[in-house]
Design a protein around this ligand. Structure first.
Ligand code: GEK
Length: 240
């Protein structure tokens, strides 16, 4: 796994974070050392998908990056004709996914290079958005979730994983601090943490758990449960 050193040197000019080739090359290392609970969420995505999958329907992985969640679903769902639609708008990410995934897995996955705001979603029993909604402009989020809901089969699930914000200042500070402890323990320096935070400031826009729950309810989901949290990173399951 190539080590993420993107913010290891002082940068004269900090540009907004984007999912380019440099990021794609170090992505597995970056996400594992930055997102507490990432490996568990990806593994559980497969377990949940296997149980809620409906034969003849599609599974969507929105903001698939290198296809980790698609891979987890492809391995767990016991149907040779399972069809996973993995969408990302970063060509660099999709090229890397194509390079890394074995042919027997790629045969189950259709990669689509597109903005998830622009795609059609239909006949879905599983929709996964692992750490993607946080990169979508907040004013577009309700419309996107409503489109996802409309494209799902009754009984289907949305797995939504996000970094969370807290309204209470004290709570927010403590949770952010714990996330920084996690990054430091994983070898990131204070400078790396600080430069990455600045690069993400206008790009990754977290919301509170209440905002997510209320939006999912408004989109039509009949039940939403939080099933995972590690520090300020959480995952929800929403059932149609
Ligand atoms: C995983 N789910 O490994 N349309 C399509 N893709 C987008 C858009 C958009 N509008 N905006 C951002 N992305 C993955 C991890 S990473 C999370 C997801 C992170 C894509 C972007 O290109 C990137 O690949 C992904 O969403 C977010 O389980 O890096 O923290």
């Amino acid at each position: 796994m190539t080590r993420d050193k993107i913010y290891a040197r002082p940068l004269d000019k900090l540009v907004d974070f984007n999912f380019d080739e440099r990021v794609a090359c170090v992505f597995p290392d970056m996400i594992n050392r930055s997102v507490p609970g990432y490996a568990s969420i990806v593994a559980m995505t497969g377990i949940l998908a296997a149980e809620f999958y409906q034969a003849g329907s599609y599974c969507y992985d929105l903001g698939c990056s290198l296809g980790a969640s698609s891979l987890s679903m492809a391995k767990a769902i016991n149907d040779p004709s399972v069809s996973i639609i993995a969408v990302d708008n970063s060509p660099a990410m999709l090229n890397k996914a194509d390079e890394l995934l074995p042919p027997e897995i790629k045969q189950k996955i259709s990669f689509v290079c597109a903005d998830i705001n622009d795609i059609n979603i239909r006949n879905a029993s599983i929709v996964v958005m692992n750490f993607t909604l946080q990169f979508i402009a907040p004013q577009k989020r309700a419309q996107l979730l409503s489109k996802i809901y409309q494209g799902m089969q009754p009984g289907g699930i949305l797995i939504l994983s996000e970094k969370l914000n807290y309204q209470n200042e004290q709570e927010q500070q403590l949770l952010i601090e714990m996330h920084h402890f996690f990054k430091k323990a994983n070898g990131y320096t204070d400078m790396e943490i600080s430069q990455k935070r600045q690069a993400l400031e206008n790009v990754l826009l977290p919301e509170t758990l209440e905002q997510h729950k209320s939006r999912l309810q408004k989109a039509g989901f009949k039940q939403t449960e939080q099933w995972f949290q590690c520090f300020n990173f959480a995952s929800l399951i929403a059932v149609k």
